[in-house]
Write a protein that binds this ligand. Structure first.
Ligand code: ASP
Ligand code: MG
Length: 800
């Protein structure tokens, strides 16, 4: 025999109701069954609400009429129930009060009506059902509202009652209700029909209890909150108990116990998806490591502190006795070994009462100053991770901290596997995502805000769009861009971007403050945040520190933050450290070439770097590679470089050497040198008289440059070529190094001399590599290699 239980929601809508009938029909063809029902929809709440209106002498007639008028109440004659309810409400309204006994009698009508309505429909479909009132055999004590079932007596009565039923029919039994030996109606506590069903299964020695709900089963996390939560197919009774928060009463110890006792499996099924096999809970051993995360909301944290409590015996007992007497149950408890204070959680609605109770209990200690404070922190949530112990909790925990969520309280069970964290309510959803993602190795979502959508920024966005799917498949990383902006406007998207992003940014971008970006991320519970600066804006770097303080990692191709004052450089790094955030800027020097990372690693590993020398600028590389070997005037070579897009719009920015200087400074600071931009000796290749004119005027007379460079070229020795180099030298163990940029002659056969096209080349000299430098060479400029470099930084961060 199977017991089928249908919850209120399964009976509430027409569609679900039809399914219920279909399910029952199918089951009766395979098996003998008995059905247990809850009240339809939210009937119990409605009946209770009307009761309170009656008590408060408010208008209870209107809602009561509305209740009677419900369409599912029209199909059969419910005069008996409605007349009784009418009388009871009238009485309560007259007395302006009611007892729990009256309340039970009222609420019970919900289940009585429900079993009658369902039975009627089954009969109409030619299915031989009979409505059964459980008050005939569920004998309880007289604790109204929370009655205890007398199991032995009830069992005996149940089996006699069921023997009396015609073998052609099956019972549709009221859940939730029973009666005292005197015949007074009682209820078993809210959501009690799950308990009724478990008891019935036990009494009738059923071989399975099938609990039909509105969800497919038990999940690794609430699927409404976590999209990629997975259904758990099988659970052991022991674990189910820990998961009680999920199915509330379905998995409550009290509900499970009658099943454990007779070893009856419980299957959780979905009325609207009956083909699904649901979650099976039984005594069968299951694969170890079943894990699931639940969240309890509306919790408050109370902390009692006092210097005088140290080592005094009996304080804890007094706390919990006082709370117990006030009917307040305590969740997580935490006490440090110093015993100076005790923290615990209670339901939010009970919190202020709990504080009152404790204030009263410890009145004397307050006076004697042994107790200093009773602190109440409302709006917290408890995340419980079932099946998780401390051996492998390092990753989820680190991920939490990285996402700026520090648990207020941490708790693990001594036996069994269960970890609970108390976090602020506002962090709960994000914490759930982060932990769930870590534990189940599910795709890690990286949320990106990209600033700057010009050449480099735009290319990056397109590159991300093009490879997002492959990255998700290969690395389990989902890259999600939630904001695209420049230094003036931003466009937010909840759903992520499409190939159409340029148009959307142009049409929907709005002026913004960085706080709005931060709030957007917060409101949407976005985790793993990265802000990317592909602007060339000086103003934008002001946002770096606020972003870091609010949980963003940083990536930039913008060089400014690394070359403004050493003060800012230091402060930013201090903030990064304090906030456990990273800042990557591999493209600041040599575009996508793995230069900065290499230098960082060498330096970190204690390798003594003695000198760095190289061609830092792609445009200057091209110009001198050509000019040295070709028999053309300098202006012609420069013109070609401009035409190929190798230079800045005003080529003097390249020829001034400033860009090379900035890059040199970035490398120097990587080696902990504290140089400032002004301290770099920069050779400006623009003759003085051409330095201050406007761009068009300058571009119109490039030949003016020729004599200057012609002279330099004439002085070259045979087999040497010109190169514009940056060089970092000196005693690099000191606070400051020597930083120079200069045009030099180099022998043709050296690495520098062999350079072609617009390549960059860096020679890194270290103590252990001696005279042979490490050489990093390749395309060191251009939008697409730079964007790739930024992309590399994103993946580097995502991997952490
Ligand atoms: N109808 C009752 C309630 O809502 C019992 C149940 O649904 O299990 O609490
Ligand atoms: Mg219910």
């Amino acid at each position: 025999m199977k017991i089928l239980k249908f919850g209120g929601k399964s009976l509430a809508s027409g569609q679900a109701f039809d399914q219920v009938i279909q399910i029952i029909k199918d089951k009766t063809e395979q098996d003998t069954i008995a059905v247990v029902v809850s009240a339809i929809g939210d009937t119990t709440d409605v009946l209770e609400a009307i009761l309170d209106l009656a008590k408060n002498q408010a208008d209870y007639h209107t809602p009561f009429l509305a209740f009677q008028g419900k369409s599912y109440h029209q199909t059969i004659d419910l005069k008996e129930e409605f007349t009784l309810l009418q009388k009871l409400y009238e009485g309560v309204s007259l007395l302006e009060d009611y007892s729990l006994k009256i309340k039970d009698l009222i609420l019970a009508q919900g289940e009585i009506i429900s079993s009658k309505v369902l039975t009627h429909h089954l009969l109409q479909h030619g299915i031989q059902a009979v409505a059964v009132d459980s008050r005939h055999f569920f004998v309880t004590d007289s604790t109204f509202g929370q009655a205890q079932v007398q199991e032995d007596l009830s069992k005996a009565k149940t089996s006699i009652y069921f023997k009396g039923l015609s073998p052609q029919t099956f019972a549709v039994v009221t859940g939730f209700i029973g009666a005292t030996e005197k015949g007074e109606t009682t209820t078993l506590g809210r959501n009690g029909s799950n308990y009724s069903a478990a008891l019935l299964a036990n009494f009738l020695q059923a071989d399975e209890l099938q609990n039909y709900t509105h969800v497919d089963g038990i999940y690794t996390a609430n699927p409404d909150w976590v999209k990629n939560a997975q259904k758990i197919d099988e659970l052991h009774f022991d674990d189910a108990n820990e998961l009680a928060h999920f199915g509330a009463s379905i998995l409550h110890a009290k509900t499970i116990l009658p099943l454990v006792e007779s070893n009856i499996p419980l299957r959780i099924l979905n009325t609207l998806n009956p083909k699904n096999t649901g979650t099976l809970i039984s005594s069968r051993p299951t694969a170890a490591g079943i894990k699931s995360i639940s969240v309890q909301s509306d919790i408050a944290l109370i902390q009692l502190e006092g210097r005088g409590l140290l080592g005094i015996v009996g304080i804890d007992a007094r706390i919990f006795t006082a709370l117990a007497q006030a009917g307040i149950s305590v969740g997580i408890i935490s006490q440090g070994s110093s015993e100076r204070g005790l923290g615990f959680t209670v339901e939010q609605t009970k919190a202020s009462r709990a504080v009152e109770v404790l204030q009263k209990e410890f009145q004397a200690e307050f006076q004697s100053k042994d107790v200093d404070t009773i602190h109440l922190l409302p709006d917290v949530a408890i995340l419980s991770i079932i099946g998780q112990d401390l051996t492998t909790f390092d990753k989820p925990y680190t991920a939490l901290v990285k996402n700026k969520i520090t648990p207020l309280l941490f708790h693990n069970t001594v036996t069994g596997k269960n970890i609970s964290l108390v976090v602020r309510q506002e962090d709960a959803k994000k914490a759930l995502h982060v932990i769930h993602g870590q534990i189940f190795g599910i795709t890690k979502k990286i949320n990106l805000a990209i600033f700057g959508h010009g050449l480099v920024g735009g290319t990056l966005i397109d590159q991300i769009l093009a490879s997002a799917t492959a990255i998700a498949a290969k690395k389990n990383i989902a890259l999600h861009i939630f904001a695209i902006g420049n230094s003036k406007k931003v466009w937010f998207t909840e759903t992520g971007i499409t190939a159409n992003w340029r148009q959307e940014v142009a049409q929907e971008g709005v002026p913004y403050t960085i706080e709005e970006v931060i709030s957007f991320a917060k409101e949407h519970h976005l985790e793993n945040l990265i802000a990317i600066d592909n602007t060339a804006s000086q103003a934008f770097i002001e946002h770096y520190i606020p972003l870091v303080q609010h949980g963003f990692d940083l990536i930039s191709s913008n060089k400014i933050a690394n070359t403004v004052s050493y003060d800012f450089y230091k402060t930013l790094r201090k903030e990064l450290k304090a906030n456990h955030k990273e800042y990557l800027y591999e493209t600041n020097v040599g575009a996508g070439l793995p230069l900065i990372d290499t230098i960082k690693l060498l330096h970190l590993s204690g390798e003594n770097i003695t000198k760095i020398k190289g061609i830092f600028s792609g445009s200057l590389s091209y110009i001198f590679n050509q000019y040295s070997v070709q028999d053309k005037p300098f202006s012609t070579v420069l013109q070609e470089a401009i035409a190929k897009g190798y230079t800045e719009p005003d080529p003097r920015e390249d020829l001034s050497g400033n860009d090379v200087g900035r890059k040199l400074l970035i490398l120097a600071r990587e080696l902990d040198l504290q140089n400032e931009l002004e301290e770099i000796q920069i050779e400006n290749l623009i003759p003085l008289e051409l330095q201050s004119m406007d761009t068009p005027t300058f571009l119109a007379q490039l030949e003016q440059l020729n004599p200057y460079f012609e002279k330099i070229k004439q002085a070259l020795q045979p087999d040497t070529v010109l190169r514009y180099v940056g060089e970092l030298s000196g005693d690099l163990q000191q606070d400051k190094g020597i930083l120079e940029t200069k045009l030099i002659a180099v022998p043709l056969h050296t690495a520098l001399g062999q350079l072609q096209g617009s390549d960059s080349l860096f020679e890194i000299y270290t103590e252990s590599y001696g005279e042979n430098p490490i050489i990093i060479q390749g395309a060191g400029a251009g939008a697409s290699v730079t964007a790739r470099g930024v992309f590399g930084d994103i993946l580097r961060l995502a991997d952490k």
